[in-house]
Design a protein around this ligand. Structure first.
Ligand SMILES: Nc1nc2c(ncn2[C@@H]2O[C@H](COP(=O)(O)OP(=O)(O)O)[C@@H](O)[C@H]2O)c(=O)[nH]1
Ligand SMILES: [Mg+2]
Length: 428
């Protein structure tokens, strides 16, 4: 059965991994301003925001009365997991907090090797960088540290780890490769299988490099090149520039923006998201996670709701904190950024939200709701992969998509195509 996609948060101690994880989930991982707070890798379920199928489908019998009305299916959309708010749906996704990588981790420094081992299962990485420069390379409190260094050393730790493991056995690997007349893909796949590498990943890695020499003649530089390309393929990484609420963040962001591809960078303030969600729970503000707007009781009264949305009054200090957060984060950056971190990682992976429905004519699930079930699958997944994930080994008779059209088990699922499916269990 295909494994669920897993996104790992990595970074030095105190960069804000646990806070980011908390801001994306409902659990409370231990948060603290000292190295190695998170000793055990922390798995949690986060929520990826996607445009839901309910916002792009209508039924012939159920058209909106006027073009400005919301699609009528939205009102009936009741996800089994997560929520759907005005067509934006939160879909569960597995996250892993891999704590405390420090420079030298591949040689066992910090809690190095253990942490690196936890990475094996990740499909993509979110490198949480403390862009305020208030923590050094080891995560200790400082001022004026240049966080662009972290981007460089963290990647080089991962490369050194993979390279070190490979070079330890390289002599034997080469001899065996020649003796059994294996292809480079076969040999590397068996060497990299511990990192969850498929032969497709290896083939893409080698395609990227277009190497001329056979594997047994590769120089050390070539092996290093191969490992670098493999790390890019196997561990695509989003860089989350965290702590943008801090006054020192701006200059560091500008510097990093000049060095990195823009599509890899996301600005965020995890602590702001955690704070806002706490205020929502306590009944002080109304705020849709990830959005630009926060309304207090006073705001809602000014907007004409004399009840203030039923929100509680905040004291002067709290009002001030919320105002600061709006000025420093929400108005400047459009949101706290944490949801974009996850969205960008899922784009990098090409995740496809796939909806399975009981009835293809109503999109219903038999309980009055529509689009109840949604799973995330990796790019390149087929209709059958989706079925196996949901139904395991149960025999499959046939599959229909929108309009009652049949689709083949081997068809690929893509956003907007074959992503609304009705599985008919049984023998064809
Ligand atoms: N200013 C600011 N501080 C943050 C932010 N995110 C985390 N922190 C603080 O950074 C410290 C370390 O956070 P933690 O999540 O435990 O880091 P981890 O070691 O990477 O898991 C804590 O004191 C957090 O409150 C943020 O967005 N802004
Ligand atoms: Mg932590």
């Amino acid at each position: 059965m295909p494994r669920d996609p897993l996104i790992a948060l990595v970074g030095k101690p105190s960069s804000g991994k646990s806070t980011t994880l908390n801001s994306l989930t409902d659990t409370t991982a231990k948060v603290g301003n000292f190295p190695f707070t998170t000793i055990d890798p922390n798995r949690a379920v986060g929520y990826l925001q996607i445009p839901c199928a309910c916002s792009r489908t209508t039924l012939p019998s159920n058209q909106p009365a006027s073009p400005s009305d919301p699609p009528p299916l939205q009102a009936k959309c009741k996800p089994n997991y997560g929520v759907c708010q005005q067509g934006t749906r939160s879909v569960p996704i597995d996250l892993l907090d891999v704590a405390g990588l420090v420079p030298g981790a591949h040689q066992g420094k910090g809690l190095g090797n253990k942490f690196l081992d936890d990475l094996r299962h990740a499909d993509a990485l979110i490198h949480v960088v403390d862009v305020s420069g208030t923590t050094d390379a080891e995560g200790k409190s400082t001022r004026g540290y240049d966080p662009s260094n972290d981007i460089v050393w963290l990647r080089s730790e991962i490369v050194s780890w993979v390279l070190g493991n490979l070079m330890q056995k390289w002599g034997g690997v080469k001899r065996r490769h020649t003796a059994i007349k294996a292809t480079a893909v076969e040999t590397l796949q068996s060497q990299f299988s511990g990192y969850g590498a498929t032969s497709a990943v290896i083939a893409r890695t080698l395609d990227r490099l277009q190497l001329k020499q056979p594997l047994q003649d590769w120089s050390n530089e070539t092996v290093e090149q191969v490992v670098n390309a493999f790390v890019d393929e196997k561990f695509p990484t989003i860089i989350a520039l965290n702590k943008i609420d801090h006054p020192d963040a701006d200059k560091n962001v500008s510097k990093i923006a000049k060095m990195e591809k823009p599509e890899r960078l996301v600005l965020c303030s995890a602590i702001s998201e955690v704070f806002l969600r706490r205020l929502v729970k306590q009944g002080f503000v109304s705020y849709i996670p990830g959005s630009e707007f926060v309304d207090t009781r006073q705001d809602l009264i000014e907007q004409g709701d004399e009840n203030g949305g039923g929100l509680k009054e905040m004291d002067e200090k709290l009002v001030q904190r919320v105002e600061n957060l709006k000025d420093m984060v929400l108005y400047r950056f459009g949101s706290t950024g944490v949801n974009q971190v996850l969205t960008r990682a899922s784009e990098l992976l090409g995740l496809v939200p796939t909806f399975s429905v009981r009835s293809i004519s109503s999109f219903g699930s038999g309980d009055g709701s529509v689009f109840r079930d949604c799973v995330l699958v990796k790019k390149g997944s087929t209709v059958k992969d989706v079925y196996r994930k949901i139904m395991g080994d149960a025999p499959l008779a046939y599959v229909e998509t929108v309009g009652g059209m049949r689709v083949s088990e081997d068809d690929e699922v893509m956003v907007g195509k074959n992503d609304i499916l009705c599985f008919k269990v049984g023998r064809a």
